[in-house]
Design a protein around this ligand. Sequence first.
Ligand code: HEM
Length: 402
Amino acid sequence: MPDADTSETPSFPFPRTCPFSPPAEYARLRPAEPVSEVVLQNGRTAWLATRHEDVRALLSHPATSSNRAHPSFPATVADIGVFAQKGFLLSMDAPDHALHRRMVTSEFTANRIRRLRPRIQEIVDDCVSGILERGADRSVDLVQELSLPVPSLAICELLGVPYDTRSVFQKYTEVLLDRASTPADRQHAFGALREFLGELVVSKETEPDDALVSRLVVKYREAGVYDRELITGFAVLLLVAGHETTANMISLGVAALLREPAKLARITEDPSLTPGAVEEILRYFSIVDYPTARVALEDIEVGGVTVRAGEGFIASAAAANHDGQVFPDPGELDIGRNTSGHVAFGFGVHACLGQNLARAELEIVYDTLFRRIPKLRLVSPPEEIPFKDATVFGIHRLEVTW
Ligand code: HEM
């Protein structure tokens, strides 16, 4: 491991002092010490990579482990039991990871998600209509009215959660994902959701529909390898991985575009620019910054240091996405820039499985919201928006008016 004396070692994660830029320490470390030592909240040390090329090299290195139960795993999140469950791809290694990921990849192809777009459009339209109806005083919290319900309803649609049980699903999801919830509340909500999704899987065994859970049930029963607990685990994973991430990106993107009206005008005038703007907003915020962590399984030479077998490292997505060698003037939200190679969805074998779905939701939300409420604006100055500097960076509330 790096130095035993950690008194001089910077503590990680670094706080974001400005919601519209990553921690300044990344830009300071990158040229001088691109792979440097940091000390985590649990007192353990780990390596931190801040250069784009090193982050990609580390995330695609075959001799690394994502096993979050490994004693050297650089954990920045308190685990409430999610990682240990069957099918939790984020914490699995080869060959099990590849085997399990292959079981669900066909559900997330660009084609499959394209077919879901009309339903996502309806969900977004309903939410925006709700905002317009409810906003008699013309001011709403966009997080509650749009950012949280859209991904939640999209996942319901994807999994095949029936309409009449959606309120139960949403109730527990809210508690689980609300950072104000106590650990006991979150634990309880997690147990309840697992039970709910377990029952959903059982119901699809007898009454399959055309959605993801049923398709997996039918496919793996036919192949003679059906495992109810595994399919339940997949459903929980998709919910946990896909909900808060997308919700925060919806809020942050809206805030960023409302903060820079000239850029917003470009996409409202020419919606063909929206997909590029979505990529840039993903790069700019890089909200999943440090969960992209691993343990080295053999010595790895990177950025001038040797990460020894058994040591943990964090490959910072926000630092990589703000590396000026790859993205010139990285602190500028430039909706026309070339964003190829950004790592906002990770990189390598664990790269986000739901990225096509997330893109579809973001594109539809930004296009629909600004088209239907063209006079939308922030109630308070952007600097006063209550940001949450949590594992997944985001916004607590976003008061808007029109
Ligand atoms: C804008 C929204 C999203 C962002 C920024 C995001 C980001 C990420 C990142 C950075 C990873 C890689 C983690 C690692 O390397 O350890 C990841 C993995 C994953 N994401 Fe997403 N995600 C988003 C939305 C979604 C959605 C909508 C779903 C599904 C409904 C989803 C499902 C997953 C899954 C299953 C994995 C694990 C893949 C694996 O380990 O093989 N994500 N995501």
